[in-house]
Ligand binder design. Structure first.
Ligand code: NAP
Ligand code: G4F
Length: 372
């Protein structure tokens, strides 16, 4: 090898950046880990005990992306500040992406105290670790903030929109957002809040509405007779693709100074439109009949009921309308969303059909059969 090439390789080795991702086994954690590995980072991740003991299940997304062997996984919990500090002390990462959270808005109404423990005290533990370990000059932090913090504020929402959260989850994320800003202002910590609107993918958790829909549509395509049961069909979301959003997270940590950014597509759709689009992808036109919670979605060709509503799936308080304005991220970061809504829905339905065809599926008759 020429001397010049040797120097480049050596320079790359001594300057290899180290990232620590909390929530690495979640949707965003997995895609972010993949992106950072591609960029040559040494990637570490925090994994909870349950996920650690059964890694294939807990770290399933990292297996799906075939990156698990390239990552150092550390057993821990965001709510255990001492062990978290120990991990950060050992790794001394140049970048921390704090993605771990109780992230299901509906569930946060059932477990508000643990939502605050994980989302607020957990974030505080990350910020305090960096401060107490004297890493303020060397470590940058990305805080996973959320458009749910806008709550009932009028759309379109951007960085200057007053926040009015209306769920324990939204309130917890707003407290964590302010903690990150406070540590930035008080201690000079590089802490950037990404205020991200909904982003989805085939790796999305099955309890979020998009994946619930695409899984049900895939099952119906494969012959299931079970209708899709949903709650509020009329709430509006700004849905993008998670791959675009993790790229934005990384960009936020590469700036001269820490700032907060909204990431969004600027396109809004109702849950109802998502349902229609997903069924259209398997050539089924949904016709809505009836009103309120008695409304059903039927196959226009044969009247079969494919969608029903269950009022138990409505939340005590709903965020009705989220639509983001990501002009600041476009201007300063050069970030844009590259997937459109149709492509997102199509990819999710196709992947769920593939998944069903690859695996043994439990069919309606209760018998197991191998498909594909
Ligand atoms: P996700 O799929 O639910 O992943 C969250 C991860 O956090 C899970 O892997 C979970 O681990 C982990 N976790 C939960 N509690 C923990 C604890 N006490 N200690 C350690 N790990 C814990 O969420 P996501 O969609 O990737 O979202 C990533 C982050 O962005 C979250 O903070 C979310 O609130 C925020 N966010 C998401 C969106 C979106 O549309 N996706 C939008 C705005 C903001 P287990 O696997 O062990 O449960
Ligand atoms: O998919 P969802 O559960 O996502 P939600 O509540 O918008 O939260 C997601 O996005 C936030 C960013 O805005 C993140 F911070 C958060 O972590 C999470 O990733 O629900 C979307 C909409 C809601 O209006 C809900 O009421 O779909 C409605 N919905 C209707 N039926 C349903 C269902 N949601 C779920 N999860 N399950 C249903 O059966």
């Amino acid at each position: 090898m020429h001397t010049g090439a040797c120097i480049i390789v050596w320079w790359g080795m001594v300057n290899k950046k180290t990232a620590f991702i909390t929530g690495i086994a979640g949707q965003d954690g997995a895609y972010l880990a993949e992106l950072l590995l591609d960029k040559g980072y040494e990637v570490h991740g925090l994994l909870r005990w349950d996920s650690y003991v059964d890694q294939r299940d807990g770290a399933g997304r990292l297996f799906d992306l075939d990156i698990v062997s390239e990552i150092s996984l550390h057993m821990g919990d965001l709510t255990d500040a001492q062990s978290l500090t120990g991990i950060i002390k050992k790794i001394r990462p140049s970048e921390i992406y704090n993605l771990a959270a109780l992230s299901q808005v509906g569930v946060s109404f059932d477990v508000p105290a643990s939502t605050l423990d994980i989302n607020v005290k957990g974030t505080l533990a990350v910020l305090e670790a960096v401060r107490l370990l004297d890493m303020v000059e060397t470590t940058r932090i990305y805080q996973a903030s959320s458009s749910e913090m806008f709550g009932c504020a009028p759309a379109p929402q951007n960085e200057n929109t007053p926040m009015q959260p209306c769920s324990p989850y939204g309130a917890s994320k707003l407290a964590a957002y302010w903690l990150a800003r406070t540590y930035r202002d008080a201690y000079g910590l590089y802490a950037a809040n990404g205020i991200l609107f909904n982003h989805e993918s085939p790796l999305r958790g099955e309890d979020f509405v998009t994946r619930k829909i695409t899984r049900a549509v895939a099952k119906i395509y494969e012959g299931s007779g079970e209708p899709l049961i949903l709650g509020n069909l009329d709430s509006v979301r700004d849905w993008g693709h998670a791959r675009d959003y993790v790229r934005g997270m990384w960009m936020m940590l590469q700036q001269d100074e820490a700032q907060d950014f909204v990431l969004a597509t600027g396109q809004s759709k109702t849950v109802r439109e998502f349902v229609e689009k997903a069924f259209a992808h398997i050539d089924i036109e949904i016709e809505w009949r009836g009103f309120g919670v008695r409304q059903v979605g039927c196959d226009a060709k044969n009247d079969r009921v494919l969608v029903r509503i269950n009022e138990n799936l409505f939340r005590p308080k709903e965020v009705n309308y989220l639509l983001g304005d990501a002009s600041k991220a476009r201007e300063i970061l050069g970030w844009h969303s590259s997937y459109d809504f149709n492509a997102l829905v199509a990819e999710m339905v196709d992947e769920d059909i593939d998944l069903l065809q690859e695996n043994t599926s439990l069919k309606d008759d209760g018998k197991c059969r191998k498909v594909g």
